[in-house]
Ligand binder design. Structure first.
Ligand code: ATP
Length: 305
């Protein structure tokens, strides 16, 4: 069986001529909090809808809990999602909204509902109608609705969009609690990498329907931390030299740049070895990067937004 709770293979969704999701191979390990990052229109919602069964892929494969293709129906009940705005009855209280959802699941238990309200921090809202809730409260109740039936995999589409820092912190604490106390695996999408940086253990970055990178939190922190940046005309020429010097942790980031994430005190030696090999270096230095810049660089720069 695959080491992943969820893996997609070439997953594609086409609307007319436009591929909203284009051959995506994404991998989510059990117990991870997977940050799914992409700008507006990148394909996040379309992808999550296919995972949750709300939309059929044009091609490709989804593998979940060891099942795929037609057998996926055996495990759909283990997934729950909050996609787009939570469907709440505005004239009803949080409790009554949950009671309606519970009834659909055959659950008729006051304590079950109270537990969910506690988990999402809405124990003391009483009979207040949800139409009078703040955005953060609505989002938390939406997540509470998704918790009915105790899913193993929770999909949250932009749950922190538009929330203030306090609201974001509340959602973050709740997500940690769900992972730690209920062993849930959670995919959470956002268009702001920075906002997920305190939550996610893994990241997938999607741009124009294509998954441009999957990266662990540790790798991301390392890449945004200090690094040696080398500017040169043809990075390909430099790679054999770096290999020969024993560098392993480096990346060609664009047609003129190489980033090295180790042995940062050896920039002079790198410069010298490259010169000896006849590779002309235009510049070399030590730098670090803001998370958001990292994301912008991967997805074509701020001016393409
Ligand atoms: P957002 O955060 O803005 O929702 P997103 O990353 O979730 O962005 P999607 O909603 O998945 O992006 O949209 C991806 C692309 O697919 C967009 O270009 C969108 O216009 C297009 N798209 C989505 N749903 C449909 C549809 N039902 N018919 C036609 N095109 C669609």
């Amino acid at each position: 069986m695959s080491e992943y709770l969820l893996a997609t293979h070439g997953l594609t969704k086409q609307f007319g001529h436009h591929k909203a999701v284009d051959h995506v191979d994404l991998h989510v390990k059990k117990g991870s909090i997977y940050g799914f990052i992409g700008r507006n229109g990148a394909g996040k919602t379309t992808f999550l809808k296919m995972i949750s069964g709300l939309s059929q892929p044009t091609s490709g494969e989804i593998e979940m809990f060891g099942y795929k293709n037609a057998q996926l129906k055996n495990v759909r009940s283990r997934i729950s999602c909050l996609i787009e705005s939570p469907g709440l009855y505005g004239n009803m209280s949080a409790y009554d909204n949950l009671a309606v959802k519970c009834r659909l699941f055959g659950i008729n238990d006051k304590r079950y509902i109270e537990n969910i309200l506690k988990t999402v921090g809405l124990s003391n809202v009483g009979k207040k109608k949800t139409k009078h809730f703040s955005l953060g409260m609505k989002q938390r109740l939406g997540i509470g609705m998704a918790l009915v039936g105790e899913p193993d995999l929770l999909l949250l589409d932009e749950p922190i969009n538009g929330l203030d820092p306090q609201g974001i912190a509340e959602i973050r604490d709740m997500i940690f609690k769900l992972r730690d106390e209920q062993n849930m695996t959670i995919i959470i999408s956002s268009h702001i990498l920075e906002e997920l940086s305190k939550i996610a253990t893994h990241y997938g970055i999607i741009h124009n329907g294509t998954l441009v990178q999957e990266i662990t939190k540790e790798e991301l922190m390392q890449r945004c931390g200090e690094r040696m940046e080398i500017f040169l005309d043809d990075p390909k020429q430099a790679l054999p030299v770096l290999d020969q010097m024993g560098f392993k942790n480096y990346q060609v980031t664009d047609k003129n740049t190489i980033h090295i994430y180790e042995r940062l005190d050896e920039s002079a030696a790198v410069n010298m070895e490259l010169a000896k090999a006849g590779v002309s270096v235009r510049g070399i230095g030590i730098t670090s990067e803001e998370l958001e810049n990292y994301f912008l660089n991967l997805t074509g720069g701020a001016c393409n937004a």
